[in-house]
Design a binder for this molecule. Structure first.
Ligand code: G3P
Length: 218
């Protein structure tokens, strides 16, 4: 399963890339707004660093505006994936932009029918928001299970990009369901490494080794 970082913060990405597990980056207008500066310059720097798919989102809400912004975003780097919201204008823009050979990430997906339609118009990625569904007492991972089943039935090429992840269990369940990608905030990526028994075990190994070294030198 591929792992993307969900942030527009260059320093956070720079700190995680050396781990060797980062396959791409996703951003959205809220994340980019936090960074200030020129979003296009930030996306370019991220593309140059990650050398993998980097999703940049349009802010227009009309079809013509989305297509214009999408072409402009795609001109930043070969690594740019154009992100459009799941609206009727977004679906039309996805059809047009994917028809021009651009990669499109359809975002703000909350239902299997939205995911089905996004695949029919050639989306490269569908981004179901599991955490926001959990927030309203709706099991977000059930949506992933449904989308995986539907996409499997029709061999759609669209990849499932699990978004709005909030903790390691979202990644575990996504992997068990065969999702293609999880995008995670930096804190969630850190949490994937943690296990108290690993820490306890290493501490004991090193203490035993030190003790033996101490005995050996006495
Ligand atoms: O890209 C989507 C993601 O950033 C949303 O996450 O945690 O705001 O639901 P969250």
């Amino acid at each position: 399963m591929k792992i993307f970082i969900d942030t527009g913060n260059f320093k956070e990405i720079e700190a995680l890339v050396p781990l060797g597990i980062i396959d791409g980056v996703t951003t959205n207008p809220t994340l980019m707004a936090k960074e200030g500066g020129d979003p296009k310059q930030i996306l370019k720097k991220i593309c140059d660093l990650v050398q993998g798919p980097v999703s940049g989102e349009v802010v227009a809400t009309d079809y013509e505006g989305m297509v214009r912004e999408g072409r402009d975003l795609a001109s930043i780097s070969e690594h740019i994936v154009v992100k459009v919201p799941f609206t009727q204008a977004g679906v039309r823009a996805c059809k047009t932009l994917s028809g021009e050979g651009l990669r499109v990430n359809v975002t703000l997906c909350f239902s299997p029918t939205q995911a089905l339609i996004a695949a029919k118009v050639g989306a490269t990625y569908i981004s179901p928001f599991v955490g926001r569904l959990d927030d309203i007492a709706t099991p977000g991972m059930e949506l992933i299970r449904d989308i995986a089943e539907i996409y499997g039935n029709y061999q759609f090429k669209t990849e499932i990009l699990v978004a709005s992840t909030r903790g390691p269990m979202h990644i575990v369940e996504a992997a068990k369901m065969g999702a293609d990608i999880c995008t995670c905030p930096p804190a969630v990526i850190d949490s994937l490494f943690n296990h108290p028994l690993t820490d306890i075990g290493l501490k004991k190994f090193l203490a035993d080794w030190e003790k033996a070294q101490g005995a050996a030198t006495r």
